[in-house]
Design a protein around this ligand. Sequence first.
Ligand SMILES: NC(=O)c1ccc[n+]([C@@H]2O[C@H](COP(=O)([O-])OP(=O)(O)OC[C@H]3O[C@@H](n4cnc5c(N)ncnc54)[C@H](OP(=O)(O)O)[C@@H]3O)[C@@H](O)[C@H]2O)c1
Length: 227
Amino acid sequence: MIIITGITGGIGNYLFNAFSEKGEEVIGTYHLNKPEGKQYSGCKQLDITDPEEVETFVKSIPAASKNITLVNCAGISYNSFAHKSDVTEWTQVINVNLTGTFYLIRAILPLMREQNSGRIINLSSVVANTGVIGTSAYAASKAGINGMIKSIALENAQKNITINNINLGYFKVGMIDTVPKEMQEQIKNKIAVKEFGDPENILNTIQYIRETGYLTGSCIDLNGGLV
Ligand SMILES: NC(=O)c1ccc[n+]([C@@H]2O[C@H](COP(=O)([O-])OP(=O)(O)OC[C@H]3O[C@@H](n4cnc5c(N)ncnc54)[C@H](OP(=O)(O)O)[C@@H]3O)[C@@H](O)[C@H]2O)c1
């Protein structure tokens, strides 16, 4: 069973539909944009920054669900020079990308520990490790989850639970739409394969992580050879 947050986003939506088409049991969550279509009828509204909502959501997972994979896909970005940034917007990026991701992990771990099984996969970013102008909040939030998983991996390694991140480069869907076209061309020039990633690569990497129990506390770079 697979839980995917942020299924109204470019990547989350791709993953939700791809896993559903493979016949997997998928529970998707959205925040402000309710998805239309019967395939989304079981999806839940969830603000991951609200710890009580997160607890209630986890309690609603059917008791019969086994071999749970949680894919933390919900995320936001905020572009601003640090010295001009709005503190509320800056802090909201940390609240969603780091603290909200933590709330979900914290809430689902007791169930996974009880089941002696679990996979947690967070979508992080190259920006955690590279300097990109205007991304201090986003970079801090993603670097935060890259550090956070090291501890959680150790705490749960004896329980057949792994936690890993995928440090994404730039993909064809989702947040890339907010990047101006001329900047998109500059970014492409820095990617060895000279194109944005197809989200199928993320699907394949998630499958690899699910099947590889010896992999935990790791961040996998998935970026087409970005320099
Ligand atoms: N696309 C890329 O190239 C790229 C590169 C590096 C990393 N990433 C990471 O990959 C993940 C998915 O990216 P994306 O491009 O698909 O993003 P996106 O298109 O901007 O979608 C973001 C998703 O997050 C949800 N969300 C926002 N605030 C939320 C909250 N408070 N509670 C719950 N859900 C919330 C949104 O829900 P609603 O629409 O319903 O409000 C939406 O489904 C993100 O973590 C992002 O940082 C993406």
